[in-house]
Structures are given as C-alpha cells and as structure tokens.
Design a protein around this ligand. Structure first.
Ligand code: ATP
Ligand code: MG
Length: 267
C-alpha cells in the first residue's frame, strides 16, 4: 500500500526531508527544558525515546514553531523558519499528544481540515488516498470523531496530518493509552509512511515497539540527548536495556556504534 505520490507541489521539490538540528535550546519562559541539542532526522523513521518529562514534546513543539527556540534547524540544508504557518508550508506536520481532533465533527470533516491549504479538487483526491490507506476510516467516514475508540482517533489524527502531504511527519507518542494490538497497528502505519517517502520523527515511550520499526533513535533524559544510534543497536545497548527494557547489567554489551554521552548534572 502506498502513501501519497512524491509531492511535486511542496516547495523545494520532492527530495526526501532531512532535518539537521544544531545547538537547539527551548523551554517555557525562563524555564529551559532542552539544552544544546544536536540531532539529525534522516529520511526514514527516527524515534526519540525518554521518560516522562524528558522534553520530548518540547522538542516537537520547538521544531513546529509552537514555542520559541534557539539554535539552528536546517531542512534539506535550508534554514527552517520560526513561524508555525511557514513551517507547515515547508512541509512539516505534527500529530500532537492527545490527537486534538474536533470531536463533534465527522471523520471526513476532520480529514478535510488537514487539507485546507489546497484546492477542493486536490483535497478530494487526498481524501480518497487517505481512505485507501486507512480502510477502517472509510467505514467510519460519517461517524463523529469524538465517539471513536482511542486507537481509531489516533488513526484519524495521523490521516489528517497526511492530508497536508507533509515531507516530514512528527508523531508525539502515537501509542499512548492504546491496547497492544492497536500499538502494533500504529507502529506499522508509521513505518509505512516512512517507507513511502515521508520522513518520520516519532516520540515514544514504548521503547521496544518503537525501536522495532525505527531506523535510528535517540534517548533523551532531562532535556539532553544521552544516546543515539541505529535502532537495532540501540535496542541491544546497555543504556536502553537497563533503563527501559529491564535488562540485567551482566548480559549487556554496549555495541560500538551506540554513543553514550555523560548526562550533565543539573546546576
Ligand atoms: N507549558 C509549559 N509550561 C511550563 N513548563 C512546561 C510546559 N510544558 C511542559 N513543561 C515542562 O517541561 C518539561 C518537559 O516536558 P515535556 O512535555 O516536553 O516532556 P515529555 O518528554 O514529552 O514527557 P511525557 O512523556 O510525559 O509526555 C517538564 O518538566 C514539564 O513540566
Ligand atoms: Mg510528551
């Protein structure tokens, strides 16, 4: 099953999105959450793991222009604007924590809102694509979004974001509160989107399942990135296994490609 064709209507051409972040700091007023982050989101699926309060959502908000940021963010070698609407126009879409659907609107109406920037004809075309890719949503096209299950609502939220035909899709904990089978389905969807050419940056606490579908990953703790590497190696690394997968210290060997950086002690 394919997602949307490469997107010739997106500014900058159909090149797969590649984000480079350097010296990123962001927070809320005087309270700095992220400090001097350096990360790269290459074409494919990148996951950011970390415990509650680590700053994962803050990272996605900073990249989406929802909060001010310092530092350099490059999308395919050109500077990313700081205003949300300009960031959206550059092809970045965020599925926020909590989905933020319009509960009193139908599935179709919610999806249409994701395509509000394009012509009616194009919106109709994309809606059809969305229903092809999410057959379950076609069956529920006229159901009020607020009456759907958590997993179904998460699907609507992802499909709505895809209606803007983004080059880079950011997902904030898509598996939150979902039953295991639904988590698997959402992870498969994220993988499929990445395989069809939209770069995916996913924040997750479901470490095992996220690393199983991701290409690369980062681990964030208290606003800094403490480990990074290919997903398969991260899953085997001591930093991830000890902290998140409940492994015994003795049977872990840090693979060479996983970088473990010291966690700075808060001042
Ligand atoms: N609007 C806000 N105003 C002030 N502080 C905030 C705000 N939103 C988040 N924070 C703080 O920023 C820090 C990081 O929060 P963030 O939501 O980014 O964490 P997270 O990694 O997404 O956690 P979770 O896994 O629970 O969603 C926390 O200490 C949180 O209390
Ligand atoms: Mg969060």
């Amino acid at each position: 099953m394919m997602w949307f064709e490469p997107t010739p209507f997106v500014l900058g051409g159909a090149r797969h999105a590649h984000l480079k972040v350097n010296g990123l700091s962001a927070g809320y007023g005087p309270f700095m959450v992220l400090r001097d982050l350096r990360l790269e989101v290459r074409p494919g699926l990148t996951v950011v793991l970390g415990p509650n309060g680590a700053g994962k959502t803050t990272l996605l908000k900073a990249l989406s222009g929802l909060i001010p940021r310092r530092g350099e963010v490059l999308l395919n070698e050109s500077l990313l604007p700081t205003k949300t609407n300009e960031i959206v126009q550059r092809g970045m879409a965020l599925v926020a924590e909590g989905r933020q659907l319009f509960p009193q609107m139908t599935v179709t109406e919610n999806l249409e809102l994701g395509g509000w920037l394009v012509s009616k004809a194009e919106r109709v075309r994309r809606l059809e694509h969305a229903f092809e890719d999410f057959p379950k949503l076609r069956e529920r096209a006229h159901q009020l979004a607020g009456t759907m299950s958590g997993g179904e609502q998460q699907m609507v939220a992802v499909a709505r974001a895809m209606m803007s035909a983004p080059r880079l899709l950011m997902l904030d904990e898509p598996s939150l509160g979902l039953a295991p089978k639904m988590v698997d389905e959402l992870m498969t969807i994220a993988r499929r989107i990445a395989d069809s050419g939209t770069t995916v940056l996913m924040v997750e606490q479901n470490v095992k399942k996220a690393l199983a579908v991701a290409d690369r990953g980062y681990v964030m703790e208290r606003g800094v990135l403490v480990a990074s590497g290919p997903a398969k190696l991260l899953a085997r690394s001591s930093v991830v296994r000890e902290a998140y997968l409940g492994a015994d210290k003795k049977d872990t060997k840090p693979p060479a490609n996983v970088q473990r950086r010291p966690v700075p002690v808060p001042a």
